[in-house]
Design a protein around this ligand. Structure first.
Ligand SMILES: [Zn+2]
Length: 185
């Protein structure tokens, strides 16, 4: 089910779910972090920020730049290229900041940070850095239909398509079936 906000958490890990907030990368791209409220909503759904935190326009700009650094690093792994040094430096710096820490509050464990944006980005950068080394880097995939980057967490590790509600795998299979039928008749 697609939540009302349009955010999907289907990339196999949070860092790539975050990358997917810029969707439809095979085409024009679709920015889902349209403003500070959208950023707060995504971080809330990802349990990386409690409700009621106000993020600034500068926070949004930082979040988007971290997101694109993750995107460029993971796609260079997929494409077999060298990691972009600037982006690795950005992720290293981001991951070095104090991450979210647990706090028991009214009988519930919440994760908070004194600097909410830095703390959330630190968690995402740590996840992203883990994707760039073995064994996880071998599980990075790009959907051939929609170009979404995901981590194949299936046991056999043979997943090709994203599991988007738009049904990339199905679309490709239907097309292949039609192509076969057309050559047979
Ligand atoms: Zn797809």
């Amino acid at each position: 089910m697609k939540p009302l906000s349009g955010f999907e958490f289907i990339a196999g890990c949070l860092a790539l779910d975050f990358v997917d907030t810029l969707g439809e990368r095979a085409g024009q791209g679709r920015e889902r972090l349209e403003d500070e409220n959208a950023l707060a909503a995504w971080l809330g759904q990802a349990e990386l920020a409690p409700g009621g935190v106000d993020f600034s326009a500068n926070d949004l700009a930082i979040a988007r730049s971290v997101r694109e650094a993750i995107y460029r690093c993971t796609t260079s792994v997929i494409d077999g290229g060298a990691l972009p040094a600037d982006d690795v430096a950005c992720l290293n710096l981001t991951a070095s900041r104090m991450p979210l820490r647990p706090r028991l509050q009214d009988g519930v464990l919440v994760r908070v940070g004194d600097q909410p944006l830095n703390a959330a980005m630190s968690v995402l950068a740590e996840d992203a850095l883990g994707l760039l080394v073995v064994p996880r880097r071998e599980r990075l995939r790009r959907c051939p239909e929609c170009a979404m980057v995901f981590e194949d967490t299936s046991r056999p590790g043979k997943r090709r398509w994203c599991s988007s509600a738009s049904g990339c795998g199905n679309r490709a299979k239907v097309r292949a079936h039609r192509a076969r039928r057309d050559t047979e008749t």
